[in-house]
Design a protein around this ligand. Structure first.
Ligand code: ZN
Length: 791
């Protein structure tokens, strides 16, 4: 991390390289092509010249005076063990090697605390900071010092989460500093589908138009809504452009001022958005077909204003694009990589799902015979045989679920209001005497078990009950239902969150905002009493409840969050979808083992490897590999053993193994590469990402083969049998691995630039001092060299 404020000039060197000169050092970079080098140089020159012409003092990180440092000082970082000068400012933590380097404007890295989590370390003076990207462990001199740092860091996390930063970035666009309707200053609300920023009073008027017209969200309170893409919608469109559409023709007499009365405000806002009175009519207005096709083409471009315009002049957001693979405008936008367009469409799609639809009422009622056991106050853990069930006529209507002895019987045996059903849980088939069973949990803590051998009938019941119990925002959740209901949590309306579990996906409704959490990708899961789930959207606290349904949720979430003894796709995963175990090992070897002679070939200490693998299988995400605790050879061997033992292997089963081995026998090289690409695309996502991460890592290893002796051939010999679960007598597996390494870019469709940038990235990580000072040879012959400081 180099502050451009410290850089005096940028100098082109040769065809591909450039140097950054600061007072104290020179940094040499090499790009992939002259074009790319020139792009970098131009961009940096522009920033430097802006700096020169600006009257403000140059910003060497924080030396401008307008700084906001909460705490600074030296700490000891563990793994790699080194002293760092650390500084908390606003919502970030900055790491520098020394205090001098901080003044010189050269840093190691900064950590965005929005995603971070502060935890106690293993002893009284240490603490850990976990982020989605890596974990940092720090040690300070005393317990009180640790207290100070933990408090400051926790404050920093809440500051980051409170989205002060969000307002600041959105207000950077000048028109966003005024309410789109009444021009009040610094609007803190937004209509996320109409794409306008609003003051509190106008936001109130928007809310009364209903969710289907305007979806109002707060910049400060609704933290989770604000994805990067949504923020970009507001930076690209902003009030200025959005008003070119919505407010193109506001007569002076009808314009709104910030002191307007609420009636006046509502009248203006209704006319503006609901009736579209002041909007700029699209030239195609009234021609449905033409509007639809305009929508299909504009979503593939960057023109958000045009999309806003055609959408609000009558284009059908669900219109048929005529392309079978990409049937909707949304899928077209995604295909063309227009994620911001996709976000705009999604915000407008969702608004419909909040409208209650009458026809739902018919799905929400249901009647028929089901079999039922006696209700219980405890979770049902034992197997129930058919003899434990009795037949009941069940009816779901008018917000009541009731059951009777028979269809003719008028005397209810029991039942409950649907509002009292707090959980519905679907059992795996065959768990009890009847093939298909589900459990209902009532508010007062009783469990009811229902079942039938008729699978499709049970499915209809589950759907009907789901519709009757869940808030409308969760109606269009997809996937089969495994469990649904409400739980107490520290967020949400009155501390109530609604949950819908399908496979690994947990859909959560807090306030009126649905989030989807892939449980395999949780960063932390602790369930001592209450449950804490940390995912990339932040933490989610579920409060302990002594009632039986909470215990069930704990079990389900635990099970679905990835298990160490399962195939790759059911393991705990990183954000990129690579098993955590593999990711941690690759990261460790990349940091400490690239220069180690015979890495992956040398054996580790068997008992260490066994113990480590057990710990990972137990709960991979809780483990931080510290350099001191494990040698690189132990870690390398654990990785190999994991790959060798994981169910189905990386290639997903014996049959696929054979296809890869057969492909290796193809004579024609182009044909062979094509075949590998096809086999790769047929792999499940997790297997594909795993193979990609592993081969990328091996590419890095073999590029340092002068140091570590691991040539492509040696790596093939080691990893062939490991990946193909073979004994090593057949060399075809090794050949496949060699060819994957040799043709990494073409087989995995990776551009050189990406490889280059990734390598640069790890080089500038906090561990850069661990890398050899001598010139690093990087992939594809590109080289990047950090000169040691020139005094
Ligand atoms: Zn306003």
């Amino acid at each position: 991390m180099v502050s451009l404020g410290s850089v005096d000039k940028v100098v082109r060197v040769g065809d591909l390289r450039f140097e950054l000169h600061s007072q104290s050092r020179t940094f040499l970079f090499r790009a992939e092509s002259t074009q790319e080098r020139n792009d970098w140089v131009c961009c940096i020159e522009k920033i430097l010249s802006d700096h020169k012409h600006s009257l403000e003092p140059r910003n060497l990180f924080f030396r401008t005076g307008s700084v906001n440092i909460s705490l600074e000082g030296y700490m000891e970082m563990l793994s790699p063990r080194t002293k760092v000068y650390t500084l908390i400012s606003k919502d970030k933590l900055f790491l520098f090697r020394t205090h001098e380097e901080y003044f010189q404007g050269v840093g190691i890295t900064d950590i965005d605390m929005r995603m971070a989590n502060v935890r106690d370390g293993e002893n009284k003076r240490s603490f850990a900071l976990t982020t989605p990207y890596r974990a940092f462990s720090f040690m300070v001199d005393s317990e009180s010092e640790k207290q100070r740092w933990s408090e400051a860091l926790n404050e920093c996390v809440s500051r980051a989460l409170s989205c002060d930063g969000l307002c600041e970035s959105i207000w950077r666009v000048p028109s966003n500093r005024l309410c789109a309707d009444c021009s009040s200053l610094m609007p803190e609300w937004a209509s996320v589908n109409l794409c306008v920023l609003l003051c509190e009073k106008c936001a109130g008027a928007h809310r009364s138009l209903g969710q289907n017209v305007s979806k109002v969200r707060s910049l400060k309170l609704d933290k989770r809504v604000w994805t990067d893409d949504l923020i970009r919608v507001f930076l690209l469109l902003g009030n200025g452009k959005a008003n070119q559409f919505w407010g193109a023709n506001v007569p002076l007499s009808e314009s709104l001022c910030s002191s307007a009365h609420s009636e006046q405000r509502l009248e203006h806002i209704t006319a503006k958005y609901k009736d579209g009175k002041y909007r700029k009519y699209h030239t195609l207005c009234g021609q449905q077909e033409a509007l639809n096709s305009a929508l299909c083409s504009v979503v593939q471009s960057g023109d958000l204003l045009e999309t806003l315009s055609v959408l609000n002049c009558g284009a059908d957001i669900n219109c048929n694009t005529g392309i079978p693979e990409f049937p909707t405008p949304l899928s077209l936008a995604k295909r063309s990589g227009q994620t911001v367009q996709a976000e705009l469409l999604m915000q407008n799609l969702n608004s419909e799902s909040f409208t209650p639809v009458d026809k739902d009422a018919s799905i929400r009622s249901q009647s028929g015979y089901l079999f039922k056991t006696a209700s219980s106050a405890k979770p049902i853990t034992d197997h129930k045989t058919k003899a434990d069930f009795s037949q009941r006529w069940c009816r779901l209507s008018d917000g009541m679920f009731s059951y009777f002895k028979s269809e003719q019987s008028h005397h209810k045996c029991g039942g409950m209001k649907t509002s009292e059903i707090i959980c519905l849980s679907v059992n795996s088939p065959g768990k009890h005497g009847y093939e298909h069973t589900f459990e209902l949990y009532s508010e007062e803590g009783r469990v009811y078990l229902f079942g039938s051998d008729d699978g499709s009938m049970v499915k209809n019941w589950i759907q009907a009950i789901a519709m009757a119990v869940l808030p409308p925002a969760l109606f269009d959740v997809c996937g089969t239902c495994d469990r649904l209901g409400r739980l107490r949590c520290t967020e949400g309306n009155h501390g109530i969150g609604w949950f819908f579990l399908s496979g690994f996906k947990l859909q959560v409704l807090l306030e009126d905002n649905v989030q989807i959490i892939d449980l395999r990708k949780l960063l932390t899961l602790s369930d001592a009493g209450s449950m804490l789930l940390v995912w990339r959207g932040g933490p989610l606290h579920l409060l302990a409840d002594r009632r039986p349904h909470f215990v069930g949720w704990q079990t389900f979430i635990q099970q679905r969050s990835g298990a160490g003894d399962q195939p790759l796709s059911q393991q705990q995963l990183t954000d990129l979808g690579v098993p955590v175990t593999i990711d941690r090992c690759l990261d460790h070897v990349t940091r400490y083992g690239l220069m180690s002679s015979g890495i992956y070939r040398k054996s580790g200490v068997n008992s260490h490897v066994t113990k480590m693998l057990e710990r990972f299988q137990n709960d991979a995400r809780s483990i931080t590999l510290l350099e001191l605790d494990y040698s690189v050879d132990d870690v390398a061997n654990m990785l190999k053993r994991f790959l060798r033992e994981v169910k189905g292997g990386v290639f997903n089963g014996q049959e696929n193994n054979n296809s890869w081995l057969r492909a290796a026998g193809l004579e024609d090289k182009t044909e062979k590469i094509n075949r590998y690409q096809i086999l790769l695309s047929n792999l499940p996502d997790v297997n594909r990402e795993t193979l990609k991460a592993l081969i990328h890592h091996l590419v890095c290893v073999q590029h340092l083969s002068d140091e570590n002796q691991m040539t492509i051939r040696n790596l093939g010999i080691v990893f062939g049998p490991t990946l193909f679960h073979a004994d090593g007598t057949d060399v075809t597996g090794s050949q496949v691995v060699e060819e994957l390494i040799e043709n990494y870019c073409s087989i995995f469709n990776v551009s050189h630039i990406l490889t280059f940038k990734r390598l640069l990235l790890f080089q500038s990580s906090p561990c850069e001092r661990e890398y050899p000072v001598k010139e690093l040879k990087l992939y594809h012959g590109c080289r990047s060299k950090m000169h040691p400081p020139t005094p």
